[in-house]
Design a protein around this ligand. Structure first.
Ligand SMILES: Nc1ncnc2c1ncn2[C@@H]1O[C@H](COP(=O)(O)OP(=O)(O)O)[C@@H](O)[C@H]1O
Ligand SMILES: [Mg+2]
Length: 264
């Protein structure tokens, strides 16, 4: 449903050359991918490999130098309507739930940001109180959390609120950029279980960006490896062990230990 075709992205570097003026640093090189409806595509790469930049291209925030992003046959960057088409169907959850949730907002207002998007799109007012309670319940939080402020919640609870905000816009696709990376291991598993449940219940499609292989194997159907701005591998998760990608092999090496213990 969502596709990238031969995407190239570069940024103006801070370094200024006396003769040539600003130089450009290329961050993505000829990146192509396809997200299949109802599946979870994992994007794995080390820090600085260009994952977030790719995420910004995927969610309509960054026009590439060349290449095309296409959602359901409509080019995203060719027209304003293309961007709007994408933004109507896609929500985002970031890693930094502390800054992506305004500390002065109550939880009901944070979720309300998502509800506003839905109201604007559908051109009708919602029963905000009922919708907020329903969404809190959906992400496994008590309805009376609506009155609380972000600092009164744990990291995992606050990330659940951000997930509720993302779901509030009734998206078809959700993009997660390191959304669980700063949670402790136990909370990560709980949030991943929630994500699996929501995906089935709401018929969602996921794009899951991470530097952590374990969460990929837990959550994703397909995985794409990004190394220094290039896609080095793209395969179903069941075949992850066949990868020739060096970084992936290194990560796999660290979990092979568990395997031998299991089979012993
Ligand atoms: N707005 C920007 N301006 C200049 N350089 C950027 C910008 N955004 C990202 N970069 C550079 O692009 C590279 C990839 O960054 P990023 O996509 O954030 O990687 P990742 O999310 O995999 O850690 C880095 O070298 C980063 O410094
Ligand atoms: Mg990043």
């Amino acid at each position: 449903m969502l596709e990238l075709k031969n995407i190239n992205v570069s940024f103006r570097s801070e370094r200024q050359d006396k003769i040539f003026g600003h130089t450009r640093q290329q961050v993505l090189f000829d990146v192509s991918l396809a997200v299949k409806e109802g599946t979870c595509l994992g994007i794995l790469g080390e820090s600085g490999s260009g994952k977030s930049t790719m995420g910004r291209v995927l969610c309509g925030l960054l026009k590439p130098d060349s290449g095309e992003a296409v959602l359901d046959g409509v080019s995203v960057y060719a027209s304003r309507a293309g961007r709007r088409n994408l933004q109507n169907k896609l929500s985002i959850v970031f890693q930094d739930y502390t800054t992506s949730a305004n500390p002065r907002f109550r939880i009901r207002d944070i979720i309300g940001e998502g509800l506003t998007v839905q109201e604007r799109r559908e051109g009708k007012k919602l029963d905000r109180k009922a919708e907020t309670s329903r969404l809190l319940e959906l992400v496994g939080l008590p309805a009376d959390f609506a009155d609380r402020f972000p600092h009164e919640l744990s990291g995992g609870q606050l990330q659940r609120v951000c997930i509720a905000r993302a779901v509030a816009c009734k998206p078809e696709i959700i993009l997660f950029d390191e959304a669980i990376s700063s949670l402790d291991a136990h909370t990560q598993v709980q949030v991943m279980d929630l994500l699996r449940e929501l995906k089935d219940r709401l018929g969602l499609t996921y794009i899951f960006i991470t530097h952590d292989l374990t969460s990929i194997t837990y959550l994703c159907d397909d995985v794409l490896f990004l190394y220094q701005g290039r896609v080095t591998e793209n395969l179903p998760v069941e075949r992850i062990r066949e990868t020739k990608d060096e970084y992936a092999r290194k990560l796999l090496g660290s979990i092979v230990v568990f395997d031998t213990e299991e089979s012993a």
